[in-house]
Design a protein around this ligand. Structure first.
Ligand SMILES: [Zn+2]
Length: 208
């Protein structure tokens, strides 16, 4: 069970985290989790290029190590990267030591200032340790693209109905999400164009 829209009530309770970017007029922030992988990421990059859209890729360290050419390509094409641990650990089921070791192992390769916990699951202790070094990026809109029980039409509805300026939107460049994400992304980018909005990368400038 997941909600496409993060309930407003959760956000102030978790102020160490960034859920959306306030005070922007016509920008949104598309993000992709769990890549980069050759089966999906290059197609995502082709679509983004076609619409001149920029995104932030929260990379799994082990994938980035296997596919350095994809990491290089997404940076070369003006996208941003974030750390998504080394092996997609669930923070609730991982000790403080193992979790931080995984993040720092990924950091050696990715060397970036953004972090997103896999599954959104992270303990307060883990978050407190990581927030000294990273901006902890959550989201306010989930596409649900990873859910193979939902149609591309439903997935598109999840994002178009909930996105507003400043939204941080989650897609996945993963095998599970492939059919949905490759089908929905062009429609969503056209929707953004129609609204007069565009997708930018998350960066230090957006931290406040
Ligand atoms: Zn993930």
């Amino acid at each position: 069970m997941y909600l496409s829209k993060t309930p407003e009530i959760i956000k102030p309770l978790a102020s160490s985290f960034i859920w959306d970017i306030p005070h922007v007029v016509n920008e949104v922030f598309i993000t992709f989790d769990d890549g980069p992988i050759p089966e999906v990421t290059p197609y995502v990059l082709d679509i983004l290029a076609e619409y001149n859209a920029k995104a932030t890729f929260f990379c799994v360290g082990a994938n980035a190590e296997k596919h350095p050419e994809l990491l290089e390509r997404l940076l070369y094409e003006g996208h941003a990267i974030g750390n998504h641990t080394w092996a997609h650990e669930n923070g609730w089921k991982t000790s403080q030591f193992s979790y931080l070791r995984s993040v720092m192992q990924a950091d050696e390769l990715l060397n970036c200032s953004l972090f997103r916990p896999p599954y959104g699951r992270i303990t307060k202790q883990q978050a407190d340790a990581l927030k000294k070094r990273f901006s902890l990026i959550m989201w306010d809109v989930l596409s649900g693209d990873f859910d193979t029980n939902i149609s591309p039409a439903q997935c598109l509805k999840n994002v178009t109905e909930n996105t507003r300026p400043g939204s941080i939107i989650v897609f996945h460049d993963s095998i599970k999400a492939k059919d949905n994400v490759l089908s929905v992304l062009p429609d969503f980018l056209r929707f953004l164009n129609d609204m007069g909005w565009h997708s930018s990368i998350l960066d230090e400038r957006k931290k406040q």
